[in-house]
Design a protein around this ligand. Sequence first.
Ligand SMILES: *Cc1c(COP(=O)(O)O)cnc(C)c1O
Length: 390
Amino acid sequence: MTPTITKFLPFNIPLIEKEEIDAAVEVLESGWLTTGPKVQQFEEAFAAYLGVKHAVAVSAATAALHLALDAIGLKDGDEVIIPTLTFAATGNVVTYCGARPVLVDCEPWHFTIDPGAVERAISPRTKVIIPVHFAGHPSEMDTLLHIAKRNNLKIIEDAAHALPARYDGRMVGTIGDITCFSFYANKTMTTGGEGGMAVTASLEIADRIRMMRLHGITKDAWQRYTPTGSWRYEILDAGYKYNLSDLSAAIGLAQLRKSSRMWNRRAELAQRYNLALANCDAYQLPMVSPDVSHAWHLYIIVVNPIALGIGRDQLMKELRERGIGSSVHFIPLHLHRYYQEFWGYARGQFPVAENYSERCLSLPLFPRMSDDDVDRVAEALLDIAHEFCA
Ligand SMILES: *Cc1c(COP(=O)(O)O)cnc(C)c1O
Protein backbone atom coordinates (compact mmCIF):
# COMPACT_ATOMS: atom_id res chain seq x y z
CA MET A 1 0.00 0.00 0.00
CA THR A 2 1.37 3.45 -0.91
CA PRO A 3 1.06 5.92 1.92
CA THR A 4 -0.83 9.07 0.91
CA ILE A 5 1.31 12.19 0.98
CA THR A 6 -0.18 14.88 3.17
CA LYS A 7 1.29 17.77 5.11
CA PHE A 8 3.91 16.66 7.63
CA LEU A 9 2.55 16.48 11.18
CA PRO A 10 5.44 17.41 13.48
CA PHE A 11 5.95 15.85 16.91
CA ASN A 12 5.30 19.20 18.62
CA ILE A 13 4.37 22.81 17.82
CA PRO A 14 4.15 25.39 20.63
CA LEU A 15 0.87 27.31 20.94
CA ILE A 16 1.99 30.91 20.43
CA GLU A 17 -0.89 33.26 19.71
CA LYS A 18 -1.61 36.97 19.61
CA GLU A 19 -1.54 37.30 23.44
CA GLU A 20 2.06 36.06 23.64
CA ILE A 21 3.17 38.24 20.74
CA ASP A 22 1.45 41.35 22.14
CA ALA A 23 2.94 40.68 25.58
CA ALA A 24 6.42 40.38 24.08
CA VAL A 25 6.01 43.58 22.06
CA GLU A 26 4.81 45.45 25.14
CA VAL A 27 7.99 44.50 27.00
CA LEU A 28 10.22 45.31 24.02
CA GLU A 29 8.67 48.78 23.86
CA SER A 30 8.71 49.36 27.63
CA GLY A 31 12.38 50.13 28.07
CA TRP A 32 12.91 47.29 30.58
CA LEU A 33 13.90 43.95 29.08
CA THR A 34 15.57 41.77 31.67
CA THR A 35 14.48 40.59 35.15
CA GLY A 36 12.02 43.12 36.55
CA PRO A 37 8.31 43.69 37.19
CA LYS A 38 7.11 41.05 34.68
CA VAL A 39 9.21 38.36 36.34
CA GLN A 40 7.74 39.30 39.70
CA GLN A 41 4.20 39.17 38.28
CA PHE A 42 4.91 35.85 36.62
CA GLU A 43 6.23 34.38 39.87
CA GLU A 44 3.19 35.57 41.81
CA ALA A 45 0.75 34.25 39.21
CA PHE A 46 2.57 30.91 38.99
CA ALA A 47 2.64 30.47 42.79
CA ALA A 48 -1.09 31.29 42.96
CA TYR A 49 -1.86 28.84 40.14
CA LEU A 50 -0.21 25.98 42.03
CA GLY A 51 -1.19 27.12 45.50
CA VAL A 52 2.41 27.24 46.70
CA LYS A 53 4.07 29.96 48.79
CA HIS A 54 7.14 30.80 46.74
CA ALA A 55 8.03 30.65 43.06
CA VAL A 56 11.40 31.76 41.71
CA ALA A 57 11.73 32.17 37.94
CA VAL A 58 14.99 31.09 36.32
CA SER A 59 16.46 30.55 32.86
CA ALA A 60 15.67 26.80 32.61
CA ALA A 61 14.51 23.80 34.63
CA THR A 62 18.15 22.72 34.58
CA ALA A 63 19.05 25.95 36.40
CA ALA A 64 16.14 25.42 38.84
CA LEU A 65 17.36 21.89 39.66
CA HIS A 66 20.94 23.10 40.13
CA LEU A 67 19.84 25.96 42.42
CA ALA A 68 17.55 23.59 44.34
CA LEU A 69 20.46 21.25 45.06
CA ASP A 70 22.59 24.23 46.10
CA ALA A 71 19.80 25.51 48.35
CA ILE A 72 19.51 22.28 50.32
CA GLY A 73 23.29 22.41 50.81
CA LEU A 74 24.40 19.53 48.59
CA LYS A 75 28.18 19.09 48.83
CA ASP A 76 31.12 17.28 47.36
CA GLY A 77 30.86 13.55 47.91
CA ASP A 78 27.11 13.53 48.64
CA GLU A 79 24.80 11.19 46.74
CA VAL A 80 21.57 11.96 44.93
CA ILE A 81 19.20 9.20 43.86
CA ILE A 82 17.66 9.74 40.42
CA PRO A 83 15.87 7.51 37.90
CA THR A 84 18.04 6.33 35.01
CA LEU A 85 15.07 7.02 32.75
CA THR A 86 15.31 10.79 32.46
CA PHE A 87 16.77 13.63 30.46
CA ALA A 88 20.47 14.58 30.72
CA ALA A 89 19.74 17.58 32.96
CA THR A 90 18.53 15.57 36.00
CA GLY A 91 21.91 13.87 36.29
CA ASN A 92 24.18 16.67 35.12
CA VAL A 93 23.07 19.08 37.84
CA VAL A 94 24.11 16.59 40.53
CA THR A 95 27.65 16.60 39.19
CA TYR A 96 27.68 20.45 39.13
CA CYS A 97 27.63 20.23 42.95
CA GLY A 98 30.44 17.65 43.05
CA ALA A 99 27.96 14.99 44.12
CA ARG A 100 27.37 11.49 42.74
CA PRO A 101 24.27 10.67 40.71
CA VAL A 102 23.03 7.28 41.96
CA LEU A 103 20.84 5.79 39.25
CA VAL A 104 17.89 3.49 39.90
CA ASP A 105 15.34 1.68 37.74
CA CYS A 106 11.72 2.71 37.13
CA GLU A 107 8.50 0.81 37.84
CA PRO A 108 6.96 -0.95 34.81
CA TRP A 109 3.54 0.78 34.69
CA HIS A 110 4.13 4.53 34.49
CA PHE A 111 7.93 4.40 34.22
CA THR A 112 8.44 6.70 37.21
CA ILE A 113 11.18 6.02 39.78
CA ASP A 114 10.79 2.65 41.56
CA PRO A 115 10.48 3.38 45.32
CA GLY A 116 11.79 -0.09 46.23
CA ALA A 117 14.91 0.57 44.17
CA VAL A 118 15.28 3.96 45.88
CA GLU A 119 15.31 2.31 49.31
CA ARG A 120 17.94 -0.20 48.23
CA ALA A 121 20.15 2.62 46.86
CA ILE A 122 20.24 4.67 50.07
CA SER A 123 23.67 4.97 51.71
CA PRO A 124 24.99 7.14 54.56
CA ARG A 125 25.96 9.72 51.91
CA THR A 126 22.50 10.01 50.34
CA LYS A 127 21.03 13.51 50.70
CA VAL A 128 18.34 13.88 48.06
CA ILE A 129 15.89 11.94 45.90
CA ILE A 130 14.90 13.52 42.58
CA PRO A 131 11.74 11.85 41.26
CA VAL A 132 10.89 12.67 37.63
CA HIS A 133 7.16 12.90 36.89
CA PHE A 134 7.68 11.03 33.69
CA ALA A 135 5.60 12.14 30.67
CA GLY A 136 3.44 14.10 33.13
CA HIS A 137 2.46 11.16 35.37
CA PRO A 138 3.33 11.93 39.00
CA SER A 139 5.74 9.58 40.77
CA GLU A 140 4.61 7.56 43.83
CA MET A 141 5.03 10.54 46.11
CA ASP A 142 3.54 9.18 49.34
CA THR A 143 5.94 6.25 49.37
CA LEU A 144 8.85 8.51 48.45
CA LEU A 145 7.95 11.08 51.12
CA HIS A 146 7.82 8.28 53.65
CA ILE A 147 11.24 6.95 52.59
CA ALA A 148 12.66 10.49 52.66
CA LYS A 149 11.32 11.16 56.13
CA ARG A 150 12.62 7.90 57.58
CA ASN A 151 16.08 8.51 56.13
CA ASN A 152 16.25 12.28 56.60
CA LEU A 153 16.45 13.01 52.86
CA LYS A 154 15.15 15.92 50.81
CA ILE A 155 12.88 15.53 47.81
CA ILE A 156 13.44 17.77 44.81
CA GLU A 157 10.91 17.02 42.09
CA ASP A 158 11.82 17.19 38.42
CA ALA A 159 8.43 18.38 37.20
CA ALA A 160 9.66 19.40 33.73
CA HIS A 161 6.79 17.28 32.33
CA ALA A 162 4.23 17.88 35.04
CA LEU A 163 2.44 21.21 34.67
CA PRO A 164 -0.35 20.84 35.61
CA ALA A 165 -0.56 17.49 37.39
CA ARG A 166 -2.09 16.24 40.60
CA TYR A 167 -1.14 13.45 42.96
CA ASP A 168 -3.81 12.29 45.40
CA GLY A 169 -5.61 15.63 45.00
CA ARG A 170 -2.47 17.66 45.61
CA MET A 171 -1.04 19.85 42.87
CA VAL A 172 2.48 18.88 41.79
CA GLY A 173 4.54 21.76 43.15
CA THR A 174 3.01 21.54 46.64
CA ILE A 175 4.37 18.12 47.63
CA GLY A 176 8.19 17.81 47.89
CA ASP A 177 10.72 20.23 49.37
CA ILE A 178 11.37 21.96 46.04
CA THR A 179 9.73 21.39 42.64
CA CYS A 180 11.28 22.42 39.33
CA PHE A 181 9.31 23.20 36.16
CA SER A 182 10.50 23.73 32.59
CA PHE A 183 9.27 26.28 30.06
CA TYR A 184 11.40 24.91 27.24
CA ALA A 185 9.84 25.33 23.78
CA ASN A 186 8.13 21.92 23.63
CA LYS A 187 7.05 21.57 27.26
CA THR A 188 3.41 22.03 28.37
CA MET A 189 3.90 25.79 28.50
CA THR A 190 6.78 27.95 27.33
CA THR A 191 8.29 31.33 28.10
CA GLY A 192 9.29 31.69 24.47
CA GLY A 193 11.85 28.92 24.14
CA GLU A 194 13.77 28.76 27.42
CA GLY A 195 12.77 29.22 31.04
CA GLY A 196 12.13 27.45 34.32
CA MET A 197 10.69 27.85 37.82
CA ALA A 198 11.60 26.56 41.27
CA VAL A 199 8.73 26.45 43.76
CA THR A 200 8.82 25.75 47.49
CA ALA A 201 6.96 26.32 50.74
CA SER A 202 10.18 27.42 52.45
CA LEU A 203 11.05 31.12 52.52
CA GLU A 204 14.64 30.30 53.41
CA ILE A 205 15.05 28.09 50.33
CA ALA A 206 13.28 30.60 48.08
CA ASP A 207 15.57 33.40 49.31
CA ARG A 208 18.69 31.31 48.69
CA ILE A 209 17.56 30.42 45.16
CA ARG A 210 16.65 34.07 44.48
CA MET A 211 20.09 35.19 45.54
CA MET A 212 22.03 32.47 43.73
CA ARG A 213 20.15 32.88 40.44
CA LEU A 214 21.70 36.33 40.00
CA HIS A 215 25.41 36.26 40.88
CA GLY A 216 24.89 35.62 44.60
CA ILE A 217 24.37 39.29 45.22
CA THR A 218 21.89 40.73 47.70
CA LYS A 219 18.27 39.82 47.27
CA ASP A 220 16.36 41.85 44.67
CA ALA A 221 19.62 42.98 43.13
CA TRP A 222 17.82 43.84 39.90
CA GLN A 223 16.13 46.75 41.67
CA ARG A 224 19.38 48.66 41.85
CA TYR A 225 18.55 50.26 38.48
CA THR A 226 15.05 51.37 39.49
CA PRO A 227 14.14 54.73 41.08
CA THR A 228 13.42 53.13 44.46
CA GLY A 229 16.34 50.69 44.50
CA SER A 230 19.65 51.29 46.14
CA TRP A 231 22.78 51.29 43.96
CA ARG A 232 24.61 49.41 46.70
CA TYR A 233 24.88 45.66 46.48
CA GLU A 234 26.89 43.02 48.21
CA ILE A 235 28.13 39.68 46.94
CA LEU A 236 27.12 37.08 49.50
CA ASP A 237 28.22 33.95 47.64
CA ALA A 238 29.54 32.88 44.21
CA GLY A 239 26.19 32.72 42.46
CA TYR A 240 25.16 31.97 38.91
CA LYS A 241 23.60 33.80 35.97
CA TYR A 242 20.31 31.95 35.89
CA ASN A 243 17.77 34.81 35.95
CA LEU A 244 14.77 34.96 33.59
CA SER A 245 14.16 38.06 31.46
CA ASP A 246 11.00 40.18 31.59
CA LEU A 247 10.56 39.40 27.90
CA SER A 248 10.33 35.68 28.70
CA ALA A 249 8.19 36.27 31.79
CA ALA A 250 5.62 38.28 29.79
CA ILE A 251 5.26 35.39 27.34
CA GLY A 252 5.05 33.02 30.32
CA LEU A 253 2.22 35.07 31.89
CA ALA A 254 0.21 34.81 28.67
CA GLN A 255 0.86 31.05 28.49
CA LEU A 256 0.00 30.50 32.15
CA ARG A 257 -3.40 32.11 31.60
CA LYS A 258 -4.25 29.36 29.14
CA SER A 259 -2.45 26.52 30.89
CA SER A 260 -5.70 24.86 31.98
CA ARG A 261 -7.20 25.24 28.50
CA MET A 262 -4.09 23.73 26.91
CA TRP A 263 -4.20 20.88 29.45
CA ASN A 264 -7.85 20.19 28.61
CA ARG A 265 -7.05 19.92 24.95
CA ARG A 266 -4.07 17.61 25.52
CA ALA A 267 -6.21 15.40 27.78
CA GLU A 268 -8.91 15.22 25.08
CA LEU A 269 -6.38 14.28 22.43
CA ALA A 270 -4.86 11.62 24.71
CA GLN A 271 -8.31 10.16 25.30
CA ARG A 272 -8.89 10.10 21.55
CA TYR A 273 -5.64 8.15 21.07
CA ASN A 274 -6.74 5.76 23.85
CA LEU A 275 -10.02 4.98 22.12
CA ALA A 276 -8.58 4.73 18.61
CA LEU A 277 -5.76 2.37 19.61
CA ALA A 278 -7.57 0.37 22.30
CA ASN A 279 -8.00 -2.84 20.35
CA CYS A 280 -4.52 -3.25 18.92
CA ASP A 281 -2.20 -5.54 20.88
CA ALA A 282 0.85 -4.28 18.97
CA TYR A 283 0.84 -1.14 21.12
CA GLN A 284 0.72 -0.83 24.88
CA LEU A 285 -1.01 2.45 25.76
CA PRO A 286 -0.14 4.77 28.67
CA MET A 287 -1.47 3.64 32.04
CA VAL A 288 -2.75 6.22 34.49
CA SER A 289 -2.94 5.53 38.20
CA PRO A 290 -6.45 6.29 39.59
CA ASP A 291 -5.10 8.70 42.23
CA VAL A 292 -3.41 11.10 39.79
CA SER A 293 -4.23 13.70 37.19
CA HIS A 294 -1.80 13.30 34.28
CA ALA A 295 -0.31 16.45 32.72
CA TRP A 296 -0.21 14.76 29.30
CA HIS A 297 3.07 16.33 28.29
CA LEU A 298 3.80 13.16 26.32
CA TYR A 299 1.66 10.38 24.91
CA ILE A 300 3.97 7.38 24.82
CA ILE A 301 3.12 3.98 23.36
CA VAL A 302 5.26 0.90 24.03
CA VAL A 303 5.62 -1.33 21.00
CA ASN A 304 5.14 -5.07 21.26
CA PRO A 305 7.59 -6.11 18.51
CA ILE A 306 6.26 -9.69 18.34
CA ALA A 307 2.68 -8.58 17.72
CA LEU A 308 3.74 -5.71 15.46
CA GLY A 309 6.29 -7.60 13.37
CA ILE A 310 8.77 -4.68 13.43
CA GLY A 311 10.67 -2.81 16.13
CA ARG A 312 10.34 0.75 17.36
CA ASP A 313 13.00 2.24 15.09
CA GLN A 314 11.32 0.90 11.99
CA LEU A 315 7.92 2.02 13.25
CA MET A 316 9.29 5.53 13.62
CA LYS A 317 10.56 5.39 10.03
CA GLU A 318 7.24 4.08 8.74
CA LEU A 319 5.42 6.94 10.49
CA ARG A 320 7.83 9.46 9.04
CA GLU A 321 7.16 8.09 5.55
CA ARG A 322 3.48 8.66 6.25
CA GLY A 323 4.23 12.28 7.18
CA ILE A 324 4.13 11.87 10.96
CA GLY A 325 6.84 12.98 13.37
CA SER A 326 7.52 11.15 16.64
CA SER A 327 10.21 11.06 19.31
CA VAL A 328 11.88 8.88 21.93
CA HIS A 329 11.94 9.74 25.66
CA PHE A 330 14.56 8.75 26.73
CA ILE A 331 17.75 6.77 26.32
CA PRO A 332 18.40 5.82 29.99
CA LEU A 333 21.35 7.68 31.49
CA HIS A 334 23.30 4.49 32.26
CA LEU A 335 23.49 3.66 28.55
CA HIS A 336 25.37 6.88 27.78
CA ARG A 337 29.13 6.90 27.52
CA TYR A 338 29.67 9.48 30.27
CA TYR A 339 27.74 7.41 32.83
CA GLN A 340 29.55 4.23 31.82
CA GLU A 341 33.08 5.66 31.65
CA PHE A 342 32.92 8.17 34.51
CA TRP A 343 30.46 6.57 36.93
CA GLY A 344 30.94 2.90 36.05
CA TYR A 345 27.41 2.01 34.99
CA ALA A 346 26.80 -0.75 32.43
CA ARG A 347 24.07 -2.12 30.21
CA GLY A 348 21.98 -4.73 32.00
CA GLN A 349 21.75 -2.92 35.35
CA PHE A 350 18.27 -1.47 34.93
CA PRO A 351 16.18 -3.93 32.91
CA VAL A 352 12.81 -2.14 33.16
CA ALA A 353 14.17 1.13 31.77
CA GLU A 354 16.25 -0.66 29.11
CA ASN A 355 13.38 -2.78 27.88
CA TYR A 356 11.08 0.24 27.85
CA SER A 357 13.54 2.52 26.06
CA GLU A 358 14.01 0.08 23.19
CA ARG A 359 10.26 -0.06 22.58
CA CYS A 360 8.85 3.38 23.49
CA LEU A 361 7.59 5.95 21.03
CA SER A 362 6.19 9.41 21.83
CA LEU A 363 3.37 10.38 19.47
CA PRO A 364 2.49 13.96 18.45
CA LEU A 365 0.51 15.63 21.25
CA PHE A 366 0.02 19.40 21.42
CA PRO A 367 -3.01 21.69 21.78
CA ARG A 368 -2.99 22.84 18.16
CA MET A 369 -3.61 19.28 16.93
CA SER A 370 -7.04 18.61 15.51
CA ASP A 371 -9.12 15.48 16.12
CA ASP A 372 -8.34 14.59 12.51
CA ASP A 373 -4.61 14.77 13.23
CA VAL A 374 -5.02 12.20 16.02
CA ASP A 375 -7.14 10.00 13.78
CA ARG A 376 -4.51 10.21 11.09
CA VAL A 377 -1.74 9.10 13.48
CA ALA A 378 -3.90 6.30 14.89
CA GLU A 379 -4.89 5.09 11.41
CA ALA A 380 -1.24 5.09 10.35
CA LEU A 381 -0.34 3.02 13.42
CA LEU A 382 -3.14 0.53 12.78
CA ASP A 383 -2.26 0.40 9.09
CA ILE A 384 1.39 -0.34 9.91
CA ALA A 385 0.33 -3.03 12.40
CA HIS A 386 -1.86 -4.57 9.71
CA GLU A 387 0.90 -4.45 7.13
CA PHE A 388 3.67 -6.04 9.22
CA CYS A 389 1.74 -8.27 11.60
CA ALA A 390 2.64 -11.89 10.83
C1 LIG B 1 13.23 19.23 29.52
C2 LIG B 1 13.67 18.51 30.76
C3 LIG B 1 14.54 19.10 31.69
C4 LIG B 1 15.28 20.38 31.43
O1 LIG B 1 14.47 21.46 31.17
P1 LIG B 1 15.15 22.82 30.65
O2 LIG B 1 14.11 23.85 30.93
O3 LIG B 1 15.39 22.63 29.17
O4 LIG B 1 16.40 23.02 31.39
C5 LIG B 1 14.80 18.43 32.87
N1 LIG B 1 14.26 17.23 33.12
C6 LIG B 1 13.44 16.61 32.24
C7 LIG B 1 12.87 15.29 32.60
C8 LIG B 1 13.14 17.23 31.02
O5 LIG B 1 12.37 16.60 30.13
